[in-house]
Structures are given as structure tokens and as C-alpha cells.
Ligand binder design. Sequence first.
Ligand SMILES: *Cc1c(COP(=O)(O)O)cnc(C)c1O
Length: 375
Amino acid sequence: MTQALFNNYKRRPVHLVKGEGTKVWDENGKQYLDFVAGIAVLALGHSHPILVNAMKEQSEKLWHVSNLFENPEQEKLAASLVADTHLSHGFFCNSGTEANEAAIKMARKHTGKHKMITFLHSFHGRTFGSMSATGQEKVHSGFGPIVETFEYLPFNDVEALKAAADDDTAAIMLEVVQGEGGVNPVTPEFAEAIQAICDEKGILLVVDEVQTGIARTGTRYAWEQTALKPDIVTLAKGLGGGFPIGAMLGTAELFETFSPGSHGTTFGGNPMATHVAQAVIDTVFDQQFLADVEEKSMFFKQQLAEALPNLQVRGMGLLLGIESPKPIADVINEAEAKGLLLVGAGETTVRLLPPLTVSKEEIKEAVAILKDILA
Ligand SMILES: *Cc1c(COP(=O)(O)O)cnc(C)c1O
């Protein structure tokens, strides 16, 4: 194979050419169940008619307009995202890392401080701010001085947090379930401690919902199932259902912090992205849809517990992880051969993130394959 691309991905030797719902096909016509879903991107699966239509509709009207002009679709989407929450405002960008950059800038500007607490095994993105926020040495390695000042604490360790959070701290930033880091959910005690410390010391709370948001965990946002009441929430992945879009949401108190010129983007929230994202949100924020995700999650966990009673399963909603007794590279290879696409998380976890539209039948098929490999 020629090598016209940089070598920054370890790509699987599979060339997918078509997808429908949870199913995808490679160039040889082999069918797979897609339990990667673009890493939690394809909330409605592949080629969902609602999104295909939304895309067609908007592409015939208006593709792009600069953020120098009015954009009522952005207004509407932001209002949908904050409806019935304590949050008030939104900003749109194109990706998770950009959403977190906006959050870091907002937290610094609002507080006038620059110390931020994040956690070991977290993942917040690949640009300098978000990379620096990420509590993984291997993500920083080779790039020289990172952005000051992030302190990486052990996750779910209340004492370490109490010792580190002080009057110089601008913000605490976390994922409700560490996705890339191994599918590690925040414990209820830790969520309570974080919120109490933020309230007591006036520290901003940033919740990175890039992976956990947009109904992935059975509620609109994962923080809704915890004691966390974030000042800032970041989104991307599932938000566009496959069309690139990210967002930062925040409370009314933050409104004055950004003024015209404080922050911006050329593409962020353009009409194509916002129109498709609106169709995603209108579908997945429906109460019945959310209840279905939760029900499928329980079914999935139950099936896994029966098939693999000795293995630990972690996670929330349709973001699950199995602690694997085998090297995860082998599990992924074997599953692929048997027609199931998987992705790892951390060193020892197999991650399961099917489209939120996955059927119980498809969950059963996937569990049968996992049983073959892991039992
Ligand atoms: C994927 C991810 C990001 C980065 O998103 P990109 O769109 O790849 O920049 C940030 N935070 C979390 C929790 C993620 O899972």
C-alpha cells in the first residue's frame, strides 16, 4: 500500500463501504455488527432516514454562513440543549477537543485563575489545551512544554481532591464515565464531594460529556444521574450523529465572560451541522427514546452477566466496558473475524458502544460472539 498519510493511526485492515442501523459491510460484502459506532458518534446508527433527510433538506438550502451573521438554527439548537436544565447558553464548534478548549478558556477568563484539576486516565482531546488537560502521560509525550497549570489527581479519590482543591483553583474538569481511559464511572461519593468542594470554594465545574452526552447513558447527559451540577458542559461525538459538531454549554453566570472577539470559529455551528444535530436532539431527547436506551442497557448488562458471569462489566447506558482476561487486541481481532466490531479502552477493557438504536436481537448476537471469545 502507498503511504500518502501520516502514520498517526493504527488502522484496522477493514474497509467499510456501507452502513445501515447497527450493521456495516466491508468492500468484500462481509457484514459486521458495529459496536464501535464511530466511537459513540453514530447515536442513530448508520444512514438513519431522519438524518439522511435532514442532510438533504439543508444541503439544498444553505450550506454555510459565517458566524458574522445571524444563525437562528444555532439559537434553536442551543435552546434545545439547555431546555429543562440549569444551563442557559451554548457555543458551537466542530469537535470535542474544541469544545474543551472553549471550556478551558471560559474557566480561566471567568475566574482569572489558571489552575485546573483533572484526573488520571482522563481524555479531553488532542489540541494543546485539551491535551494538557488529559491525565495521560502518553498523550503529552514528545510535544514539549504543555499548557499550565493542570493537576492530575487519582479518579474517585476524595482525600486527594480535598488536599488539592484550593483558592487558586479555577475549575475541576471530569468525565462522568472515563471513556478512553477504561470505562470508569465516577462514584456517587466522589460526585458529591466534587460538587460540595466546588460550591464551598467557588470552583467552576466542567463536565466533559463529549462521549457520555446526547443520550448515550440513558439520560440526555450523564451528569443528570449524579450529584454533579456543572457550570460548563462540553459535547461533540453523538451530537451530530456523524456530522462534525461540538458544543460548550454554560450557566447564565458565565454569559458576560465571553464578549464579541473573545472566542470564535469559522465552521462551528454552520447550518448543515446545526440542522443535522437538531434532528438528532429532537429524536434522542424524547422521553420514550431515553427510556428505551435505559432498557436496552439493562438487557445488555443482564445478557453479559449470564454469558460471562466471571467478568466485570462497568459503565452506564450504552457505554459499557468488559474487563478482559485476554489481551484486548486479540479480543478485537477475534470479534472482527466473527463479524463484531469493537474498540478498546485503557489497557484491559473492551468497550461496547452500539448505536442507541441497536435492537435487543443485535445485542444478543453481539453477546453470543463475546461469549465465544471470552468465556
Ligand atoms: C473523544 C473525546 C474527546 C475529543 O473529541 P474530538 O472530537 O476527537 O476532538 C474529548 N473528550 C472526551 C471525553 C472524548 O471521549
